[in-house]
Design a protein around this ligand. Structure first.
Ligand SMILES: Cc1cc2nc3c(=O)[nH]c(=O)nc-3n(C[C@H](O)[C@H](O)[C@H](O)COP(=O)(O)OP(=O)(O)OC[C@H]3O[C@@H](n4cnc5c(N)ncnc54)[C@H](O)[C@@H]3O)c2cc1C
Length: 426
């Protein structure tokens, strides 16, 4: 098996493989994961010191699949000698930096299965007697050298791509929030007068708070179309949409029910912000009003209609939607917190895309076991992690990762898929 991408999804799968091989040395799975980054890293540009996880630590890489696994977040804490301190903290939501350290700790334990600095550029079907039995996965290293690995099954988990507005031209001054912590030192050194952040989701709000803290002499301007930041729904009934069982319900549902469920529960994940952070931003803005030193400039119900960049600055035309009033703001940087778009699976697969079936909207048809449906003469498998259209809101998140990879491994091993709560790879 070759895994394409080595973020949390395929890391969890590498662990499942590792544990399977430990239990069944007679029936090992030969797995290799190809990752384009030089080392393990999980959204390193958003590792803001005090940002916390938006998922319980119990939804780590293994616990929902096998609570006895020694790859759990609790075992990580024990290894780091912080178990008692974490318990005293009484939180389900670790710091994002701490979770990153957990993921890196786990990745280091399965490093024999990973090749870093290998970007997959295409996949070719390999035929024997008219049947596609394997895939050749073609990857390039940092120096541009091309290599090929043959696999019976491939598991694609390449995550989401940052999305910019169609007319945005990325530059040293104009960038996506995913680069925030990488850009911040340079930005701070330039002693900026004003930074503008577009977007009202969690990332936008985090970027505004971090910039406001890290650049104490800079005006931070937050532009978004909503009237106010909207809170994320993390109430317990709504949270069930992230349960393994919900994946069964979603996958089997008619297309219009799928659409309805995605719409109803968008506010668990998209364009919403943790309530604590909303209140924190409100407190900051109000305090500045009282003190008469307004540095946090919230431009609600507004949008950027035009931008122009010169050597000295980027000029953003901001329209206040209720009145149509416009103002041109001179900024040192323009940060787009405008979300992510799904991976183009077929673009990644190249020639192998031809063996995959598509639905009426052009998206891959993905079975409950995450295997992409292929045309008749194919025995090799394409598995996909991250398909929201087939598996619902959890597909791009961490909630069901542990269970999902157990199901994928079961499928690869040729075992009939069973109800998720009973899946354990032994
Ligand atoms: C700042 C931030 C915070 C988040 N916090 C949470 C949270 O608290 N809870 C939650 O549930 N979700 C959260 N998410 C959602 C996030 O999508 C998941 O946490 C998680 O990253 C999904 O894992 P993944 O492995 O599927 O994708 P990714 O983490 O995106 O990993 C994909 C990997 O594939 C690699 N790759 C891509 N293309 C190729 C290629 N062609 N060849 C080789 N390698 C390639 C990438 O370099 C990357 O390492 C957050 C997202 C962001 C951006």
């Amino acid at each position: 098996m070759v895994g394409i991408g080595f973020g949390p999804s395929n890391l969890a799968l590498a662990i499942a493989v590792h544990e399977h091989n430990r239990r069944h040395p007679d029936r090992p799975v030969d797995a290799l994961f190809l990752e384009r980054q030089a080392d393990f890293g999980w959204h390193t540009g958003m590792l803001i010191d005090d940002a916390t996880m938006q998922v319980s630590f119990l939804k780590d890489l293994v616990t929902m699949r096998d609570p006895a696994s020694d790859f759990s977040f609790l075992c990580y804490l024990r290894d780091r000698d912080r178990l008692a301190e974490f318990i005293n903290h009484k939180t389900m939501f670790p710091l994002r930096t701490e979770f990153h350290d957990y993921l890196s700790w786990a990745a280091a334990r399965v490093t024999d299965q990973v090749r870093y600095g290998a970007e997959v550029v295409s996949v070719r079907p390999v035929e024997t007697d008219g049947v596609v039995t394997h895939f050749d996965v073609i990857a390039k290293d940092a120096a541009g050298a091309i290599g090929t690995v043959r696999a019976r099954d491939i598991v694609v988990a390449t995550g989401l791509r940052p999305k910019l507005p169609a007319d945005a031209v990325p530059s040293d001054r104009v960038w996506h929030n995913i680069d925030l912590m990488h850009r911040l030192p340079g930005l701070a050194a330039s002693d900026p007068h004003r930074v503008l952040v577009v977007g009202s989701g969690q990332s936008g709000a985090e970027a505004v708070a971090e910039l406001h803290t890290a650049l104490p002499r800079t005006q931070i301007c937050s532009v978004f179309a909503r009237y106010g930041y909207a809170p994320a729904d993390d109430s317990p009934f709504a949270n069930r949409i992230f349960d393994p069982r919900a994946v069964d319900h979603f996958h089997g549902a008619p297309a219009e029910v799928k659409r309805m469920l995605l719409d109803y529960h968008r506010n668990t994940n998209y364009s919403v912000v943790d309530m604590d952070l909303i209140e924190d931003l409100y407190r900051r803005e109000y305090r500045e009003r009282v003190l008469g030193r307004k540095r946090l400039d919230i431009r609600n119900s507004s949008r950027v209609t035009y931008t122009r960049e010169t050597d000295e600055a980027v000029y953003a035309t901001v329209e206040f939607l209720p009145t149509g009033e416009v103002e041109v703001l001179e900024c040192d940087a323009l940060v787009y917190a405008t979300g992510f778009r799904p991976l183009d699976l077929f673009g990644l697969l190249g020639r192998a895309a031809a063996v995959c079936e598509r639905d009426s909207t052009g998206l891959p048809v993905v079975g409950r076991d995450y295997r992409v449906r292929t045309v008749d003469n194919v025995t090799a498998g394409v598995y996909l992690q991250g398909a929201e259209h087939s598996h619902g809101l959890t597909a791009t998140l961490l909630s069901t990762t542990a269970v999902r990879v157990g199901e994928i491994l079961e499928s690869i091993l040729g075992v009939q898929a069973v109800a998720p709560e009973r899946v354990a790879v032994h």
